[in-house]
Design a protein around this ligand. Structure first.
Ligand code: PHE
Length: 339
C-alpha cells in the first residue's frame, strides 16, 4: 500500500487543471466521500503493525498534499476571475463604445449600386487576378497596345498571361461568355495599375462597370441611363455631355462629363473654369467583343460604361488626395456617414 500511496502522491503533484470544473473533479476524486483518501484510510487498519508507522506517514503526507493542491488550484482560477471583474475605483468614468463607420468608398459604391439596381441592373462580380483573354484579348486590345506593357499592368510571377485586372471590363467578358442576352448588369470591384502613388494616382482603385446587351440597344439608351445616374448621384439639375474618345472594346466610344457640382456649371477653380468635370468612359460594345463571347452582333447590340468610385467620392466630398482612402487615418474616416 505504501507504494500505491507514493504513486498517488506523484499523480497529485503532476495534476494540472484547465478550468474550475477540473478542480472540482479533482476534489471529488481525492477527498470526496468515496474518494481515494478515504479509501486509503479505510484500508489502513489492515496494514500489518510493523508497517503502520511508515505507511501512516506517507498517507498523512498525501492528505496534506491533496489539501494544498486543492487550495492552490482554486485560488488559481479565482484570481483569474477577480482580475477581470474587480472594480477598484467606483468614480472611474464608464468606457465608451466606439461604433466604426463605413469607409467613404463603400458608402459611395453602395449608393451607386442602389441607383443602378433601381434601374433594373443586377450586380455581378469577377476575379481580381485575370488572364490575358478576359482583361485584354477578348476586349479587342491589339497585341501591341501599351496597356499590355509591364509598366501599366501588374503581371503575376512574370507570367505574361496572368495579371491583376486593370479594369472591371474583364467582367463584361465573363458575364457575356456565361449568359445569353438580355444582360443588364453592373460589376463593382477593385482594379490595379502600375502607377507611382501620388495625390492623383494610385496603384489600386475601384470601378463600377455597366453592361446592357439586348436587341435594339442604342446610344440614346446609354445616354439616358447615364443622365439618370448623374442626377440621382449629384443633383436633379446636373447635366451631362459626351465627348468622342477611344477604347478598344467600344465603338463609338465617349468620355462623359457632368456639369461641375460645385459651381453648377458657371465655372470655378475646381472645374478649371470650364463648368464640366469628367466622370467616366463609355460606348457601344464593339461587335468584335460580342463575337468573342459568342453573341451574334447582327442580332444584338449593347452599351458599356466604367465609372471610377474614387472619382465620384472626390466630387461628392471634395477629397483631393487619393492616398487618404487607403491610409486608414481614423480622423479622416470617421467624418463620413452613410450605409
Ligand atoms: N475600362 C475603361 C477604363 O478603365 C472604362 C470603360 C468601360 C470605357 C466601359 C468604356 C466602356 O478606363
Amino acid at each position: 500500500m505504501r507504494e500505491e500511496i507514493i504513486n498517488c502522491s506523484n499523480e497529485v503533484t503532476a495534476f494540472v487543471a484547465n478550468n474550475e470544473s477540473d478542480v472540482e473533479a479533482f476534489r471529488i476524486k481525492y477527498s470526496g466521500k468515496k474518494g481515494i483518501l478515504n479509501d486509503f484510510f479505510a484500508r489502513f487498519k489492515d496494514v500489518p503493525n510493523n508497517e503502520k508507522k511508515e505507511t501512516g506517514q506517507v498517507l498523512n503526507q498525501l492528505k496534506m498534499l491533496v489539501a494544498e493542491k486543492i487550495e492552490s488550484l482554486t485560488s488559481q482560477f479565482q484570481s483569474g476571475q477577480q482580475s477581470t471583474i474587480k472594480i477598484d475605483d467606483y468614480t472611474r468614468p464608464a468606457q465608451f463604445d466606439f461604433a466604426g463607420s463605413r469607409h467613404p468608398i463603400s458608402i459611395v459604391r453602395n449608393k451607386m449600386i442602389s441607383i443602378f439596381e433601381r434601374m433594373g441592373f443586377s450586380v455581378e462580380e469577377g476575379p481580381e487576378i485575370e488572364d490575358d483573354w478576359h482583361n485584354f484579348s477578348a476586349l479587342n486590345f491589339p497585341p501591341e497596345h501599351p496597356a499590355r506593357d509591364m509598366q501599366d499592368t501588374f503581371f503575376i510571377d512574370t507570367n505574361p498571361d496572368i495579371a491583376l485586372r486593370t479594369h472591371t471590363s474583364s467582367v463584361q467578358i465573363r458575364v457575356m461568355e456565361n449568359n445569353k442576352p438580355p444582360i443588364r448588369s453592373i460589376f463593382p470591384g477593385r482594379v490595379y495599375r502600375n502607377e507611382a502613388i501620388s495625390a492623383r494616382a494610385h496603384c489600386f482603385f475601384h470601378q463600377i462597370e455597366g453592361l446592357y446587351v439586348d436587341k435594339n440597344v442604342t446610344f440614346a439608351d446609354l445616354k439616358h441611363a447615364l443622365l439618370h445616374f448623374s442626377r440621382e448621384m449629384f443633383d436633379s439639375k446636373t447635366n451631362i455631355r459626351l465627348r468622342p474618345s477611344y477604347f478598344p472594346f467600344t465603338e463609338p466610344s465617349a468620355e462623359m462629363d457632368i456639369s461641375c457640382n460645385l459651381c453648377g456649371g458657371e465655372g470655378c477653380a475646381f472645374c478649371k473654369y470650364t463648368g464640366w468635370v469628367e466622370i467616366l468612359g463609355c460606348g457601344m460594345v464593339d461587335p468584335n467583343v460580342l463575337q468573342n463571347c459568342n453573341i451574334d452582333p447582327t442580332v444584338y447590340t449593347g452599351y458599356a460604361f466604367g465609372v471610377g468610385v474614387e472619382r465620384i467620392t472626390n466630387l461628392l466630398y471634395g477629397v483631393k488626395d487619393l492616398r487618404m482612402f487607403s491610409e486608414n487615418d481614423i480622423r479622416f474616416l470617421e467624418q463620413f456617414e452613410g450605409a
